[in-house]
Design a binder for this molecule. Structure first.
Ligand code: MRU
Length: 347
């Protein structure tokens, strides 16, 4: 079993594995302030939609803990401010605002009488979000299991493993479940330019799990499908609209197009908390744009001419028509997704 923890609440301190340094260094950072957690999310110490949700939840718990409010209204004000700071950190993964809203609603619903009581509700709910995430991921793994044939050759994009969640993983959780159930699978790991989550993180996780894998450049998918043979693609998601359009790491859409052209099943794996039922289509999903230097440099090494201008959207939106099925903890949804997702929502 892997011996690392993505994020943990340690008696009033948030402990995160610094994913920017992996795989060369395994270093844990400790945060006591909400603003530090927001910065850790922005700078990608922690990343991956469910992990960002858990981090935001703990960031709000830190705000509850450090607030000097003497009455409930002042605490509400402090929490609202902290939630705003956290909301600004990364815009695309809806799990972030989902976690914050869930905690604030739980606090109100529990009708606290004292500030102390309210603080406790916030911390409890943040911990519940983290605990539930692991169970949710395991269920997605099991739900996806029948879709992975023994001997499957899989393309996976970005990182969706334990590192992208509190533990176990989403799309990589399906791979993990298949491996744990004795299926022989081989994962072609997209390196995932420009932050290289595939090359740095997914390979590191698969090595520790003992799952066979090969690192490829993002542009290799068409070649792999036409000349090597690929049985399915598994990707995660940062925000899905109610029609099934899926925002995920830049390059996911290209992979879906290649899969469509070759008749390869394309599966999106996500917890229900990643579905934004308030929006009808992917056009409404905010897409984060990150600094140009993520493309023009690798670490301190300048790659392109210094004066070049670069465009760095961190995510793209795969239209629902290119998605074969959506694997969630509540079950597997098939097209038309408006209907199948709405049905799963009722459960
Ligand atoms: O920019 P990142 O590394 O946070 O992007 C992560 C992804 O795109 C994942 O595929 C997504 O969060 C789903 S993973 C559980």
């Amino acid at each position: 079993m892997p011996g690392y923890t993505t994020i943990e609440w340690e008696d009033g301190v948030v402990r995160m594995l610094d994913q920017r340094l992996l795989p060369e260094q395994v270093i844990y950072n400790r945060y006591r302030r909400t603003s530090e957690v927001a910065e850790a999310i922005r700078s990608m110490v922690i990343r991956g939609a469910p992990a960002i949700g858990a981090a935001a939840a703990y960031g709000l718990a830190l705000a509850a803990l450090s607030s000097r409010a003497e009455n409930l209204d002042d605490l509400r004000r402090d929490l609202a401010q902290a939630a705003e700071v956290l909301r600004q950190s990364r815009p695309t993964a809806v799990n972030l605002s989902w976690a914050l809203d869930r905690i604030l609603q739980r606090m109100e619903k529990s009708q606290p009488i004292t500030v102390e009581e309210a603080r406790l509700f916030v911390i409890e709910e943040a911990q519940a979000i983290a605990v539930e995430d692991v169970e949710t991921n395991r269920r997605m793994g099991l739900n996806g299991l029948p879709l992975v044939p023994d001997g499957a050759r899989i393309i996976h994009h970005c990182n969706t493993g334990a590192l992208a969640t509190v533990d176990y993983g989403t799309a990589l959780g399906v791979v993990r479940a298949a491996h744990e159930h004795g299926k022989k699978v081989h994962v072609y790991v997209d390196e995932t330019r420009p932050r290289l989550q595939g090359a740095r993180l997914t390979t590191w996780e698969l090595q520790q799990l003992g799952v066979a894998h090969t690192l490829v450049v993002d542009g290799a998918s068409g070649y792999l499908m036409s000349r090597v043979g690929i049985d399915l693609c598994l990707v995660g998601c940062d925000r899905m609209a109610s029609n099934g359009d899926a925002a995920n790491k830049i390059g996911t859409f290209n992979l879906a197009l290649a899969a469509h052209a070759h008749g390869v099943p394309f599966y999106v794996v996500l917890p229900f908390s990643t579905i934004d039922f308030s929006i009808m289509s992917g056009d409404e999903i905010p897409i984060e744009e990150r600094p140009e230097e993520e493309i023009t440099r690798i670490g301190r090494t300048q790659l392109s001419p210094r004066s070049v201008s670069a465009f760095n959207p961190a995510f793209d939106v795969t239209p629902a028509r290119y998605i074969t099925a959506i694997i969630t903890e509540r079950g597997v949804a098939y097209p038309p997704f408006e209907e199948s997702l709405a049905k799963l929502k009722e459960q």
